[in-house]
Design a protein around this ligand. Sequence first.
Ligand code: NAD
Ligand code: TYD
Length: 360
Amino acid sequence: MRTYLVTGGAGFIGSNYIHYMFKKYGDSIRIINVDKLTYAGNLENLKDIEDRDNYTFIRADICDAEAINKIFEENDIDRVVHFAAESHVDRSIKHPMVFVKTNVLGTVTMLNAAKAAWELPDGTYKPDHKFLHVSTDEVYGSLSNPEDYFYETTKYDPHSPYSASKASSDFFVKAYMDTYKFPANITNCSNNYGPYQFPEKLIPLTINNALHGKALPIYGDGKNIRDWLYVEDHAKGIDMVQEEGKLFETYNIGGHNERQNIQIVKTIIKTLQELLPDDDPRKKNVSEDLITYVTDRKGHDRRYAIAPDKIKAEVGWYPETCFEEGIKKTVKWYLEHEEWIDHCVSGDYQKYYEDMYKNR
Ligand code: NAD
Ligand code: TYD
């Protein structure tokens, strides 16, 4: 039975990936989920699979070399899928150091542990053991020419502390592949959306605020463009890269769904108006009147857009979910899981919201 070590599996994409993998492989794989449970980690995301015999949760910090080495010593890990990271740009602007620690030092700790466990005396590695590093398109910087796209060959040009820390972690993975022939892949994906996303990111924050009749904050002129990828398509892409991709290669995973932020917010308002029943008192509050333009994010990248040509040609993956379908599924999921959001936004979230948006 193949054993996966998933880092950050209690977060947004990691928990969707674990659900996807159990749906696809059932009892034929084992998953060990290692997560520190920061503000972004939520075991409620995994409630329906937590009792499976082939699933184990371990609370640990990926910077803790002793704890991570122990997991490799006690388990024959075949695959690592490394999601754990600090992931929010706005937080990185306020508190860059935690991004350096988790995203850079944490990744190198994971690489060292896997290398020590998998390397054979002759410098080769146990057969069929692989590490996949999940990264972002933000490492490529901002596109100014509307005809340009991010390719795997695009020069790195990160601007935020978040993207700089992810770029640095990517370079460490590349360095381990080049120097030690360490068996890895890197995937750089565009903005994900879907179930279980923490409501600090644009889409769940907009849904949550709209349902509470609160202002919908739009940074700057609202015309910044992101390329939205439905999270389940991403989970499938990661699995396909690990199974069908060429080792040592980088693959960009994008949704071919470019939208301005203002379009996203207006689509969410329209979708909520469609999905909320007429007798729901919140329905009358959900309107474009809630849209509020606020001070722009510092160093705000204008446009991200991936050309997922390589992954399509070499791996056969393409984004299956169009934005209209994906956003409907997402809004529906949040409406059906209001308790989940309520738990997320209790406690520390209120303080975060004050810090980030008061007087903005
Ligand atoms: P998230 O913030 O929702 O989840 C991160 C998870 O990592 C949480 O469960 C958290 O508890 C855990 N974690 C944080 N620090 C840790 C540490 N030191 N040790 C162990 N666990 C720790 O993030 P996400 O949106 O699911 O992103 C997952 C990965 O995908 C990240 O590497 C991110 O950079 C990348 N990515 C995300 C997006 C996106 O749109 N969300 C886009 C491109 C790339
Ligand atoms: P976000 O979801 O934070 O993802 P990222 O910064 O990694 O792309 O933001 C998506 C876009 O939405 C980005 O251009 C910033 C913008 N944004 C707002 O306009 N208002 C908000 O309240 C948030 C959270 C983001």
